[in-house]
Every structure is written in C-alpha cells, then in structure tokens.
Design a protein around this ligand. Structure first.
Ligand SMILES: [Zn+2]
Length: 297
C-alpha cells in the first residue's frame, strides 16, 4: 500500500513538476460574488455575436452558417442558464459546434465537459491552457491547490497558436495569445459587417491580476511579469471597434446596454474604452511591480 502511495506521489511529481497539497482556499463563510451565479438576459451585441452568459461571468455565442461557437461558460450549474439564454435568441445548445475559452479558470469553463458530452463539440485551446483544462484546473500554478476552483476535466481537441486564424462556415476568427491572467489566456477577433462597414470585434481576455499572484519575487509562473507586459502592449496596438471581455464588469456592459433595449450595431462601439481599460490594468501591474520590488507586497 505504502509502496503504491509513494509511486503515486512520484508519478505526480514527474508529471506536474511540483505537488501542492489540495486544500480549501476560501474561508468557510466566504461565498463567490452574487453576480457570478445570477443569470442575465441574452442579447445581440453586434452582427453574429451574442451575449448568453450571466450577470458578470460572460459567455458569448458566435453564430455561423455552419453552426455555433460557444466562448466561455459560467460556474458548474450554468448549463441550463446557457441553454435558456440561447433559446430566447432562437438558438439551440445542441447546435454548438465548437468550444473556446478566454482563460482556463473555473469561473469561465466549469460546464464545458458537460456541454461537450451533450453536443460532441470539440474544445480548442492554447498550448499553455490546454493541460489545465484537461486536468480540471489541478495544474494551474495559482489556483491548482484550491479544491473550490477545480472543475470537471475537459477534452482538448486542437491547440490554437497565437495569431492563427480558423474558419467555421462564414466566419473567420483570429486567436490572440494574451497571457498573464493565465499563461494561455486568449482573445478572439473577427470582422462583422453592419451598416455597410466592417467592425473589428474582439472578445478579450484582460490582463487582470488575481489576488495573491506574484509577478517578480517567487512569481506565480516564471515569465508571468513579461507575459502581462507583452499582453498590455499587444492589446494597446490593436485596432478594435467593439470589445467584450470575460467579465461583463470589465467591458462596462451595464453602461452600454440595459435589458430590453433594441439592437443597435453601434451600441457596443468603444475603441477608446478598450485602450483605457488596458491602460488601467497596466497601471495596476506597475504598482504591483513597484510594491514587490520595495518589499511591501
Ligand atoms: Zn480568471
């Protein structure tokens, strides 16, 4: 028995490099933000992009003439909300043909395994996020030891490279590796034609820094600081008309849209707001770097 256990530990060491004891990370009386479990009315953002997620945990549907692409889920009980939201827009969960995520954290991927089982849709992910999706969050360098932040392992069917484009039906999407928040965080861009013009649309993963993450001293992962810096620079260089992000609060949905409002292709146009949001996160990053160097963090 002991020999078997030792073998198990050795195997874990060999496969992950480090072993952290699994523990609960939230205090017993802590709960996740209420907006993370609350549903939100589904709505059209622009062209073939729809919001089908919750009050804050954003999920997006990209519709094509060859089926639907689902970007992100909510928490582990979010499948029926996603289904209902899609149905209010006239779409069926069973018609999902491709699964994508902006980041391999539980609050954005928890029901992908369930939806995979229901639809048979493949999951495509970036190389650094793929192993975390596959092991249910266990190998996440920041949250991997936290039992509450694990999720059902997801099969990854294809690796997406930075700047690679792929096409489903009439829609071509570009993957942008925007690492930092997770090592494989990604954004997705595509063009939408409305009002006789092309709008550049981005589903962004923003470079926000989770509490307790270390950038320089004992960094959460070795290149995390340069990853964040690269992501801010890349995002500031982007030419974007319409942007949304992994959390509704990040892209200011409530300032741009109220439930029930009629569709307007210009409603979410906000190129300056995107740059401002990136710049704000970059300032927070610099402040944390300074604090770590000064030894106050
Ligand atoms: Zn996250």
């Amino acid at each position: 028995m002991l020999k078997l256990m030792i073998q198990g530990v050795l195997l874990a060491l060999l496969t992950t490099g480090t072993v952290q004891a699994a523990t609960r990370c939230l205090p017993d009386d802590a709960s996740l933000p209420a907006t993370w479990t609350k549903n939100y009315p589904a709505h059209r953002i622009i062209g073939n992009l729809y919001a089908v997620g919750g009050a804050d945990l954003a999920s997006f549907l990209i519709t094509t003439d060859a089926g639907l692409i689902l970007v992100n889920t909510g928490l582990e009980d979010s499948t029926e909300d996603l289904r209902t939201n899609m149905e209010t827009l006239g779409f069926k969960l069973e018609d999902i043909k491709l699964l994508l995520t902006t980041q391999a954290h539980f609050d954005h991927v928890a029901v992908f395994a369930e939806i995979q089982a229901m639809t048979g849709a493949p999951m495509w992910a970036t190389a650094p996020d793929a192993p975390i999706l596959k092991d249910g969050g266990t190998s996440d360098p920041h949250f991997g030891h936290c039992l509450e932040f694990r999720f059902k392992p997801i099969q990854v069917d294809r690796i997406l490279a930075d700047d690679e484009t792929f096409t489903l039906g009439n829609t071509t999407i570009r993957t942008h590796l925007h690492p930092g928040h997770t090592e494989g965080s990604a954004s997705y861009s595509f063009a939408v034609r409305e009002n006789d013009r092309d709008y550049q649309v981005l589903i962004a993963n923003m470079g926000s820094i989770n509490d307790g993450k270390k950038l320089l001293i004992n960094p959460t992962y070795p290149v995390v600081a340069s990853d964040f810096a690269t992501t801010y620079r890349k995002q500031l260089d982007m030419d974007i008309d319409v942007w949304v992000a992994s959390h509704a609060s990040q892209y200011g949905r409530d300032k741009k849209y109220q439930p029930g409002q009629a569709y307007d292709p210009d409603r979410f146009v906000d190129p300056d707001g995107f740059k401002l949001a990136v710049e704000r996160l970059r300032q927070i990053f610099f402040e944390q770097l300074r604090a770590e160097i000064m030894g106050s963090d």
